[in-house]
Design a protein around this ligand. Sequence first.
Ligand code: ATP
Ligand code: MG
Length: 572
Amino acid sequence: MSESSPAVSTNFIQNIINEDFKNNKYGGRVHTRFPPEPNGYLHIGHAKSICLNFGLAAQNKGICNLRFDDTNPSKEEVEYVESIKADVRWLGFDWDDRLFYASDYFEQLYAFAVQLIRIGKAYVCDLSAQEIREYRGTLTEPGRESPYSNRSVEENLDLFARMRAGEFADGSRVLRAKIDMASPNLNLRDPVLYRILRATHHRTEDKWCIYPMYDYAHPISDALEGITHSICTLEFEDHRPLYDWILETLNFDPRPQQIEFARLELTHTVMSKRKLRELVEQKHVSGWDDPRMPTISGLRRRGYTPEAIRDFCERIGVAKSNSVVDIALLEHCIREDLNFRAPRVMAVLRPLKVVLVNYPEGQVEEVEAENNPENPAMGIRRLPFSRELYIEQDDFCEIPPKKFFRLSPGKEVRLKHAYIIKCVGVVKDEQTGEIKEVHCTYDPETRSGGAASKRKVKGTLHWISAAHAIPAEIRLYDHLFNSESTMEEEVEAETEDTSFKALLNLQSLEKLTSGIVEGSLAGAIPGKRYQFLRQGYFCVDTVDTTAQRLVFNRIVPLRDTWAKIQQKQARA
Ligand code: ATP
Ligand code: MG
């Protein structure tokens, strides 16, 4: 973690670690791991887990491994592995030389399974998946013993070896732990440890036709790596007795301990990789890195900084009960970060031409503009000013409503960093009546910085000299989902549709193809972030920007709804 990482965060997991230090449980060691399954791109929920695992290691002088939980073979894994590594690094974390794959342990996992068979703690079962479910019982009824649970050790060893050798069809047999079919915990009712599956694995290729189950592979992988605190999300709480059973039965010492925390859920979005993959595959978004996606790659492309994401993860904290975080908090974090860092520039999203009828034709002067009023060290730049300018279409209104402080016939406004102007007429398209130009006079005495510039006018507009404007495509985003919650039950209640996709916001992307930006943005570097005055924070798109064409993504508008929510709560 970088030097700028926040001070020690306290949470219930840190408290457990403090206790462990006191009791010398792991000889003062803290060793965590982040264990993604390479079946999709990482999302902001994973960022929470990454910050927690790498963060706890760092603040306790420990280490954190990156381990791919690749026990479930699937074909795109290589692409996913590479994206996950890039995302973890981009977030600012480093696993040094501790990059592992659960598949590295296949041979050892197999040997441990043989050991379980030898001590009578595992057996080969010929029940079908359906029968295994039926025999398992329910929360209120105990399960029934498999008719195969009393096979001899010799027979089990022979059958398991032949499972590995490929003698049996996929799904025809499994290896199960022999624990307790009457346990109140369903996970302890002789859980499956190995299944037969002929699938090519991204690392071991066709070497194996049996694959270990997550619940079996995970504790052993942790133990083999010397993990002390195995942090996972709450849905694994009921699996913890199995985690412990496997490590105790195999006599690991010391044993890592599993600790569960609440997973991150965000309003207006979905967080499961399965659902995100569906959005990508069915082309509801342009890809995993679509700037509307809650993936790390989507947030990065949108313009989020690693600092803002880490700050967000710090602020949401770590708890033991599930809750949903308002996406406005994430947006607040990027505003806070960029407020100080992002240069201010002028961009006009929907241009309307203004002609200053008393300004000399052909004259160009330069006015001074500060690059960031919050951070004077960022200096100033000069902007060309001339007779023809562009302002925002909605900064002009021919018949203004009450309290419209922008430009309208007979009214004055200030042009930021330049002059006060007054509207003296409009030019319309004869056929359509559409306003083509607004005619104004400028007051030469009111140049910014001069004494007369202090004169009171209500509105200040951003603008760009027409001859110096650079065309740009500007993309505005809204939430990917209309409703706050995307939980399936609620979707069903609201739409009589069972798919979360019924709640997709069909207006989540607006492409403004006739935008313009000030000349200083010529050749702006993809990935660079700016504040467009009055319009929000924007980032040069890293995918679609070319030498000929600038494309900007709006990261967030300026209006901070999170700050508003906080103020309201403070008043209440
Ligand atoms: P998903 O349900 O989105 O597919 P997953 O849990 O299957 O997620 P993994 O690749 O197995 O994804 O997750 C790697 C690690 O990230 C796990 O330790 C998991 O607990 C954690 N994680 C996943 N989703 C979240 C989340 N929303 N909030 C916090 N941690 C998460
Ligand atoms: Mg998973």
